[in-house]
Design a protein around this ligand. Structure first.
Ligand SMILES: C[S@@+](CC[C@H](N)C(=O)[O-])C[C@H]1O[C@@H](n2cnc3c(N)ncnc32)[C@H](O)[C@@H]1O
Length: 374
């Protein structure tokens, strides 16, 4: 057995052991589709620099078959073309962590013959798994640059798959081949685009990461309803996917503004935001424009900022500026979340109306419901 095959079997076993994937077809797909042809090079982060790691080699192979995200493009520069001293900027394409891919594919529930549309081809690895599950030429995948789609198309063909791989803006006109039985996005959107909803057949499934800088991103799994809307739930696992960007663009928003201003203490420390269940709740409770960088929150919409410094054994220090005390909103959300028995993200339902309205609801143990409009 080759080292590559041994590593691939190890990864499939790890996914199976994770037990959050219910379908043996998904595990079988990971067993049969190799990842290494899709990531001949990727970046490793070293402080603020992304350094290229190129295969073949032991370190490369270990990372390729680990349950890890592999960044493949930074600021539009692919790892294969990167200088040895590395590049700086923001990640603009990657191969998602296989465990998360498996959970999303499991939720998507692709059946043989399904027409599938993927938004975010990236390396092409997920498209290969989709081809394996759908059984061939009924998969269409799009990404924003020809550099990405040309490489993915070639690598897919080399291992025997020929989906339609198109350079197109996922937010633009839908590709030919629809309507689709299954739609999956591997980049995040703030709301489900109505074109995606319209392109899905009744009873079809849409798996989409809904980006929320504060909530860390949550993957929604929706079923298209007869009236034109969709309804479903969120997956348990948080997922901070890179956002859907305009075609050809590699620009991401800048970091939060520095903090100066009012100071106080708080018994709620910045670590609460690392709890995946609470971060989802607080993402719903606060304005969705709020972004987080470590212990700093910033709302570019009104310029409010809060910076929190935790100190073991004593209250945290909070510095706020701008019209709103963002940390006070987090403190209120923390109290409400605990009063509602610390709900997890998979306990929330999402309904998307035919008009594109989004409502998240949670049924409180006393039978009442709490709801938020996205
Ligand atoms: C996490 S990566 C995708 C991973 C990929 N499915 C794989 O298996 O390698 C997200 C991708 O979304 C793409 N993307 C971002 N904005 C897009 C847009 N407007 N239209 C299509 N793709 C987009 C990025 O270029 C990036 O390749």
């Amino acid at each position: 057995m080759t080292a590559e095959l041994e590593a691939r079997i190890g990864l499939a076993r790890e996914i199976e052991r994770g037990a959050s994937v219910l379908s043996s077809r998904v595990v079988e797909a990971f067993l049969n589709v190799p990842r290494h042809p899709f990531v001949p090079a990727f970046y490793r982060r070293d402080g603020g620099t992304y350094l290229p790691t190129r295969g073949p080699g032991e370190e490369w192979l270990r990372a390729v078959y680990a349950d890890e995200v592999l960044v493949t493009e930074v600021g539009g520069v692919h790892a294969e073309e990167a200088p040895d001293e590395g590049v700086t900027g923001d990640a603009t394409s990657s191969s998602t962590a296989p465990g998360l891919m498996a959970e999303m594919l499991d939720a998507l529930d692709v059946l043989p013959g399904d027409r599938v549309w993927e938004i975010g081809t990236g390396t092409g690895y997920n498209a290969a798994l989709l081809c394996r599950l759908a059984g061939g030429g009924t998969v269409t995948t799009v990404d924003r640059t020809s550099r990405l789609v040309d490489a993915a198309r070639e690598r897919l063909r080399a291992i025997g798959y020929e989906p339609a791989v198109l350079g197109a803006d996922g937010a633009g006109a839908p590709p030919a081949g629809g309507p689709f039985d299954r739609i999956i996005a591997t980049c995040s959107v703030r709301r489900l685009p109505t074109a995606w909803l319209e392109q899905c057949v009744t009873g079809g499934v849409i798996v989409v990461p809904l980006g929320n800088a504060l909530g860390g991103g949550a993957v929604a799994c929706l079923t298209k309803l007869p009236g034109g809307g969709a309804a479903g739930r969120f997956l348990h696992r948080p997922a901070a996917f890179m956002p859907l960007r305009p075609k050809g663009s590699a620009v991401v928003p800048g970091p939060p503004a520095p903090v100066a201003g009012r100071r106080r203490s708080s018994v709620v420390g910045a670590r609460v935001l690392d709890d995946h269940a609470f971060s989802f709740w607080v993402g719903l409770a606060l304005s969705r424009s709020v972004v987080r960088d470590g212990g700093t929150l910033h709302d570019p919409a009104d310029g409010s900022t809060a910076a929190v410094r935790d100190h073991p054994g004593r209250p945290s220090e909070v510095a706020t500026s701008g019209p709103r005390d963002l940390w006070q909103l987090v403190e209120s959300a923390w109290t409400a979340w605990r009063r509602h028995h610390r709900p997890r993200r998979e306990w929330f339902a999402l309904t998307v109306g035919p008009d594109g309205s989004h409502e998240v609801t949670f049924t409180v143990p006393d039978g009442s419901t709490a709801s938020w409009r996205l």
